[in-house]
Design a protein around this ligand. Structure first.
Ligand code: 1HE
Length: 256
């Protein structure tokens, strides 16, 4: 793979965007490489960390390549981002994004399909599509807007507003902030924790929560009961519940 490096250790896959000279801008080849890495992770990993090489996570869509496309090629390109990103967002295993430096445009859209986002203090977030004369195309109007809300996303897209990590934390774009250089270690630590969960519970969290959030109130509650009954009647759930009752499972300690 030219622009994505794949590695796996103890069931945790690491996907690194490796195009630092172009600030990890996403071109068609990088997206294709990302899909190969995502498929590989799906076949063998319990959780995934996604990060970027160099000083930035991802500067978004490769504008040089994009500017040469016709309208129909642009549609195909955007639908391709959706297809690959859906494998991340709606797969079986959780993704943890380790963010630093620029998390811009398509980079923020990519981060938005991860399930947990960790940023270090160097991270900054922007959606300069308005300035570039384009629109989000990597699913941001659906995913990113659900995370930060339409008002803030509209502000960022209209005014070019840049968010720092504290603002991003406040807007739930990230749920962890680390000192500079420590996002990857934190994201990996979290991925390791999630990897010890029952895989079916992880699947339900990833795939049921967003659907329930998008459904009606009554349908959501009904769907929740179905998923809850399904997961809790599996042999793995029985064993995990028994382990707790027989005092073989770790207790939850108060936060230090
Ligand atoms: C790029 C890209 C890119 C850098 N496409 N080549 N994204 C943007 O509008 C963000 C544009 N990038 C930037 O604002 C800056 O590059 C950064 C803040 C990310 C980094 O700044 P800096 O000073 O470290 O780097 P640089 O000198 O600006 O860029 C280094 C090289 O990377 C340079 O190429 P070079 O051949 O002159 O060395 C840049 O041209 C190249 N580069 N970013 C192509 N994005 C699915 S739709 C999503 C829509 C969007 O993503 S819109 C947002 C696009």
């Amino acid at each position: 793979m030219a622009f994505v490096e794949y590695s796996i250790e103890d069931g945790i896959a690491r996907l690194t965007l490796t195009r630092p000279d172009k600030r990890n801008a996403m071109n068609d080849q990088m997206l294709a490489d990302l899909e190969v890495a995502v498929d590989q992770a799906a076949s063998e990993a319990l959780a995934v960390v996604i990060c970027g090489e160099g000083d930035h996570f991802c500067a978004g869509l490769d504008l040089a390549e994009h500017s040469l496309k016709t309208a129909i090629e642009g549609i195909d390109g955007s639908r391709n981002w959706h297809r690959v990103f859906q494998k991340i967002r709606g797969g079986r295993i959780p993704y943890f994004a380790a963010l630093h430096g620029a998390v811009i445009g398509g980079g923020l859209e990519l981060a938005s399909v991860a399930h947990v986002r960790v940023a270090d203090r160097t991270a900054f977030f922007a959606l300069p599509e308005g300035q570039r004369g384009i629109f989000v195309g990597g699913g941001g109007s659906v995913h990113t807007s659900r995370i930060m809300g339409v008002p803030l996303m509209t502000d960022m897209m209209l005014t070019g507003r840049v968010l720092d990590v504290d603002e991003a934390r406040q807007a739930n774009i990230v749920t962890y902030v680390t000192p500079a250089g420590e996002a990857l270690a934190k994201a990996t630590e979290l991925a390791k924790k999630a990897a010890t969960n029952a895989p079916l519970s992880n699947y339900a969290v990833i795939n049921a929560l967003p659907r329930i959030r998008d459904s009606g109130y009554d349908e959501g509650l009904f769907f929740e009961s179905m998923i809850a009954a399904f997961t809790q009647t599996t042999p793995e759930a029985h064993e995990r519940l028994r382990a707790f009752l027989e005092k073989r499972a770790a207790r939850i300690a108060p936060k230090e």
